[in-house]
Design a protein around this ligand. Sequence first.
Ligand SMILES: O=C(O)CCC(=O)C(=O)O
Length: 322
Amino acid sequence: MVKMTREITPDEIATYNIAGVVLLKGILDISAVNVVRRSIDTALNSLEQSKSGYDLSAITAAAENNDTDCLKADSEGQHDIAAIVDHIKNSGERFLYDSSQNAGTGRFLLDTAVSSRLREFNRFVRRGAGPEIAAALLQSNKVNFFGDQVFLKEPGTRERTAFHQDASYFEIEGDQCCVLWIPTDPVSLEHGAMMYVRGSHSDGRLYQPNVFISQTPLPGAEGELLPDIEGHLEDYDVVHFDTEPGDVLVHHYRTVHGTGGNTSRYQVRRAASLRYCGDDIRIKRRPWAPKQLHHSNELKEGMPLGGTDFPVVWRAQENASP
Ligand SMILES: O=C(O)CCC(=O)C(=O)O
């Protein structure tokens, strides 16, 4: 399987460490992008078969229309959607929407743990460029695969992705965890480009996880309340990146980020998010974190990652130059 198209530079490593996010231009070749795109399409075309897959636009529409049957039907998987929607409504928060002429005509879809179901994607996350990219940026002797999520925003998707920090959704602690956001379509602000609060990874703060379509924290979530960043973008050092297929954006798992909807008329926005960990990461149980249905949870608090839940996908000795 083809790995990185080029080496990662010392400047890119420094940018990742200082800003908590770096854009790696043209690091994947076209065959890798095609695998990711095909996997996203396969996963999202059979969304109803996934217990961790959601049509978030159908959920916001059902919430607005008080369609309890639809919300109950969505509650049989990873999340109790009906309870979460009640929780958002009771919190007085609103769903986060972009306005545009076509707002509401497109769907925001997501699925989790696609690599546990699709063989080709599994091979890519373990043996493609991801582990090498993570090893270079984390400066780690070994890399474990932590998990994946895929996202699609069709043209006319009004739902934004609320600012959040991935760390509080993951049952781990330590510093060496990075997230690769791999777009398979050209992306600029109008399509829902990723926006990051530069440097937000470095103070060690942990913010309550939210439900993506609203800033409302998940029920019972621990951690600090994330400020209303989308409402005060000018007060934060927010950076966004226009990307093309072949580019990979990598952020530290504590870097706060979010996206807009897709207000464009024709261009779909698909992306896969791959999570990798390095030497210092340990299991940390977080009772409020979303359940990962595909995990066996065999590892106890404080243990290093390994086993079938978090396979080792890269080791320094095996990749040393002769
Ligand atoms: O693509 C999106 O809308 C959100 C992606 C994201 O939050 C992530 O990969 O951590």
